[in-house]
Design a protein. Sequence first.
Length: 134
Amino acid sequence: FRDITGRETANFVRGVTLFALFGSALFEAIARNYHDPLPHFIVIGLSIAALLVSIWQHIRIFAAAGLACFLIDLIAIVYIVLSRQDTETMKVMLGVGFTLIGGLILSGYILYRKNKERIEDITARFKDTFAAWE
């Protein structure tokens, strides 16, 4: 695959595959398991991972896939919570989850500011590993 296609084509094919995977994950989370918060957390986590990879590798289609999936799942969560007022457990779990995610993001920012050089070195090695796969 690598020898017969260019970098842009390979990234496009990977992006389309990522869209298909996100689509099936969203269908599982929204259509089949809409009462269970775990599939929603998984989809949101995968979306954030796709966004991070897009930042490190400068692949726009990964950013588009991650952001689209993240927004669709958040809209679905809001719709589920507003349409079914008896889902107190889901509300509490999502509230706790988003509070923890916000706390982790803030803690990560503080740790990044304190250990910027070491984290950038680790990130550079991680980026070189991904680039070697190309």
